[in-house]
Ligand binder design. Structure first.
Ligand code: GDP
Ligand code: IMO
Ligand code: MG
Length: 427
């Protein structure tokens, strides 16, 4: 057996949560491999909207194991709140949630440092979600971090004190005022709760599940254009959001990665700073934002909106080895008469290219118009029932990507999902 990977091909918020929840019955394990509470994955069914930050999106399905892998940075305080918010749905979170012993911890002082560093950057700020992601990964790479396994050790309080004292010193250097005591109490309350959860050796857990013949899906967070290596550095997150991250973030060999499912919106959005070639600062941008309800699931910030960007998608398909694609939010474009896609970039020297520049130089999008579809069918429709204009859009994109679009999403609800062929997961 192999581990399938589902990941976002743009700048995050492509609809990963919806689709992982939708596909979950085909899998026995759902695993997060990177990121942390910066993620906001929305699931909607039975008229209720849920937003998950750290818990994998298989949690609402019976008998599915949900693993938080070693590549994640986990905030116990956020996790406790997430678990409490799920209590009223009577899910067996304690039974179905597993956390790798190697998962790094986000301390309250990581969160404060995130705020202090962003403030210090002024106009150059990244637009971080301020959830402590960058500082926690800094400690991981700097080999000073604390891991979930540490909370089971007797001397955890002194390890915590040592690391947080270092953070406090840095915060004082940045002249950042804070009251650490209530934050520390909240953190230790959450850690006390966590000790009673399934803390496992994630790499062996995955290996054993694969050997038992179980199907596993790795759920990406953020999007490939936010990858720390391959994204628009420094306007990125601090982890490898691409398929390679699933190998290191779960402790699986690259040869054990199976299908790579790439998910993208029929247009583009981005939250935070950084290049966005197709960004629309006009009425079309506002129409996309309002009709797509493009406000952050974690921070509530308005998302920047723009037309679909083919060069960046070709780039992320290449980086990830995507072999099937899912198109989200096609319904939103039905609010337009004419839509555009960016087929190429024009560089400052006039060169036309489909390659994404490694340095953040300003590129101009070369746009191709398409007639939009004015009506969308209900979720019960078949792929071939999609409006001809939408099918034309799909055929054009498939020609560009050389990868089939296997699923089209037409609304936030689980049911508003049209798949091309029932066999596409295992096929
Ligand atoms: P994620 O981070 O990739 O899981 O995506 P988010 O949850 O942050 O953002 C996606 C948003 O779009 C959520 O509000 C979803 O409920 C919503 N959504 C997902 N698919 C569709 C769709 O096909 N149409 C519409 N209109 N909304 C969708
Ligand atoms: P999901 O999983 C969209 C963005 C932030 C910021 C940059 C760095 O819901 O798709 P960080 O908090 O990681 O230091 O922020 O990355 N960002 C996201 N944008 N969706 C996300 O997650 C994101 N997680 C981080 O807005 O620009
Ligand atoms: Mg999101």
């Amino acid at each position: 057996m192999k581990v399938d990977v589902l990941l976002g091909l743009q700048w995050g918020d492509e609809g990963k949560g919806k689709i992982v929840d939708y596909l979950a019955p085909q899998y026995q394990v759902v695993a997060r491999f990177q990121g942390g509470p910066n993620a906001g994955h929305t699931l909607e069914f039975d008229g209720i909207k849920h937003v998950l930050h750290q818990i994998p999106s298989g949690i609402f399905r019976d008998n599915i194991k949900n693993l938080i892998g070693n590549g994640v940075v986990l905030d116990p305080v956020v996790l406790k709140k997430e678990i409490e918010a799920l209590e009223k749905y009577h899910l067996d979170v304690k039974k179905n949630l597993y956390i790798s012993r190697r998962t790094q911890l986000i301390l309250p002082t990581h969160r404060l440092l995130d705020v202090a560093y962003e403030q210090a950057k002024g106009v150059d700020k990244i637009g971080s979600t301020l959830r402590g992601i960058g500082p926690a990964y800094q400690d991981k790479i700097g080999r000073t971090g604390l891991r979930i396994g540490d909370i089971l050790e007797k001397d955890f309080p002194s390890r915590y004190a040592k690391l947080s004292a270092r953070h406090e010193e840095a915060l004082q250097g940045l002249k950042f005022d804070f009251d650490g005591e209530p934050l520390k109490k909240e953190f230790f309350d959450a850690v006390d709760m966590l000790r009673n959860y399934n803390i496992v050796d994630g790499e062996y857990f995955i290996d054993e599940e694969l050997k038992k013949g179980m199907h596993i899906i790795a759920e990406g967070a953020q999007g490939s254009m936010l990858d720390v290596d391959m994204g628009s550095y420094p306007f990125v997150t601090s982890s490898n959001t691409t398929a390679a991250g699933a190998a290191t973030g779960l402790g699986i060999a690259p040869s054990r990665i199976g299908n790579v499912m790439g998910i993208f919106k029929a247009y583009c959005t981005r939250v935070g700073s950084g290049p966005f070639p197709t960004e629309l600062s006009d009425e079309s941008g506002s129409l996309l934002r309002e009709s797509g309800k493009e406000y952050g699931a974690t921070t509530g910030r308005p998302r920047r909106c723009g037309w679909l960007d083919i060069p960046s998608l070709k780039y992320t398909i290449m980086l990830n080895g995507v072999n099937r694609m899912f198109m989200m939010k096609a319904d939103v474009l039905s609010n337009f008469d004419v839509i555009y896609v960016c087929t190429h970039y024009k560089l400052p020297d006039g060169t036309i290219t489909q390659k994404v520049p490694a340095m953040n130089i300003k590129v101009e999008p070369v746009l191709k118009p398409f007639k939009s579809w004015k009506k969308i069918p209900s979720g019960a429709a078949q792929f071939d029932d999609l409006p001809e204009e939408l099918l034309q859009y799909i055929r054009f994109l498939e020609g560009e990507f050389d990868v089939p679009i296997q699923l089209v999403s037409l609304g936030p609800d689980r049911r508003s999902t049209i798949i091309r062929n029932e066999q596409f997961i295992t096929g």
